[in-house]
Design a protein around this ligand. Structure first.
Ligand SMILES: *Cc1c(COP(=O)(O)O)cnc(C)c1O
Length: 374
């Protein structure tokens, strides 16, 4: 490695994690959620690994992400989950991207785009079953279903899916889980009675796919679990393997006297004469500034806490008498098998979720795929 820092992604782990999910989701297909650069792991590479592991669909949030998958030559069924006005829906239809529709205005916009594209748009109707984010509920659902079936009859859309999203699947036994399953079942039933012939009905994220068998329906949509991070840390790892290791090379190691103030604000003071290392990643690379004087990394085989404030491009660690040199490797987080912290551990220390830790690793940190592509 001759870069300041890199995120090493184990694509084999992603493929194996799909295997874990397929085992749990017995019978249901797996749609691999690769939005937000595959939670920071690299959109196209992670998508390829998930498909190699047996996923049969890809999912993203924004249409631009789906178009990038097509640009990369991936022709597998791909669902874009978040519709906003004014997107290039004609191109989406022409490039065979499945679209999520949770409102009449979006259905109209997509139907018009499909007319221009000269082929029906593949749409998944989004039900709001209790999360109260996207999707339609109550009378709005009925109107959406009826309008979609009309648009289908006129050849402008093809109604291929019904979907919804869990609010609390990561809280086992939460009463909203059963309530959402019940609402989804009833809403699908309404649509089917009205004449919808869904190819796929889908509700479950990672937590649902791993722990709510009755919510598998035809397809599950795991995200975080693909990357080996547990959607329900209190229940353990589910046999998943973290795919990302964030590593850096010490930019500088120097000996400083006792009572030296370190980094902006001098919030850390050396207890005695000691070796300090400058680690060349900072909040501009996605290292949380809230991790100042808090997060641990692995340096020279030992855990060291970030000394002083995280800066934009760098932070400092106190090595005691350990003889590290510039260029030596420092592991920020990884699977944990060499004693390094995990992304989950960082998340716990910061009061956030592992999703945010891996997703925020920025564009200045190159992704490396040591085991090769799949
Ligand atoms: C992000 C997302 C998922 C995946 O959620 P995880 O908790 O990461 O498994 C599933 N479905 C939709 C619609 C999403 O936006």
């Amino acid at each position: 490695m001759n870069v300041p820092a890199e995120a090493r992604v184990d694509l084999g782990a992603i493929a194996d994690n799909v295997g874990v999910l397929r085992e749990r989701a017995r019978g249901a297909e797996v749609l691999a959620m690769v939005k937000a650069e595959a939670y920071g792991h690299g959109l196209v590479e992670a998508a390829g690994a998930a498909l190699a592991g047996g996923a049969t669909w890809l999912g993203v949030a924004k249409l631009a992400e789906a178009l990038r998958l097509r640009d990369a030559g991936l022709t597998v069924r791909t669902l874009s989950c978040l519709g906003v006005p004014g997107e290039p829906y004609e191109e989406a239809v022409a490039r065979d991207i499945d679209l999520t529709v949770g409102a009449l205005w979006l259905l109209d916009e997509i139907a018009e785009a499909a007319e221009r594209a000269g082929r029906p748009a593949r749409v998944h109707l989004k039900a709001d079953t209790g999360m109260t984010r996207g999707g339609a509920r109550g009378r709005d659902w009925e109107e959406l279903v009826d309008a979609a079936l009309k648009a289908e009859a006129s050849g402008r859309v093809s109604v291929v899916g019904a979907m919804s999203h869990f609010a609390c699947a990561d809280e086992p036994g939460h009463p909203s889980i059963a309530a959402q399953i019940g609402a989804f079942t009833a809403m699908v039933e309404y649509a089917e009675k009205a004449g919808a012939r869904f190819e796929v009905r889908h509700l479950s994220n990672s937590a649902g796919a791993l722990t709510v068998p009755e919510a598998r329906f035809d397809l599950v949509r795991p995200g975080i679990a693909l990357y080996g991070l547990s959607p329900i840390p209190a229940l353990g790892t589910f046999g998943l393997r973290p795919a990302m290791t964030l590593a850096a090379h010490a930019a500088l190691v120097k000996r400083v006297p006792a009572d030296s103030g370190v980094s902006y604000g001098l919030t850390y003071r050396t207890a005695r004469e000691t070796n300090l290392a400058v680690v060349p990643v900072g909040y501009g690379d996605g290292i949380p500034r809230h991790g100042s004087n808090l997060l641990e990394v692995l340096a020279g085989g030992r855990r060291r806490t970030i000394a002083g404030r995280v800066c934009m491009d760098q932070f400092v660690i106190d090595l005691g008498d350990d003889p590290l040199a510039a260029g030596d490797e420092i592991i920020l987080f990884g699977p944990g098998d060499r004693g390094e912290p995990t992304a989950q551990e960082w998340a716990d220390a910061l009061g956030t979720i592992s999703y945010e830790i891996v997703t925020r690793i920025g564009v200045r940190v190159p992704r490396a795929y040591p085991g090769g592509a799949r």
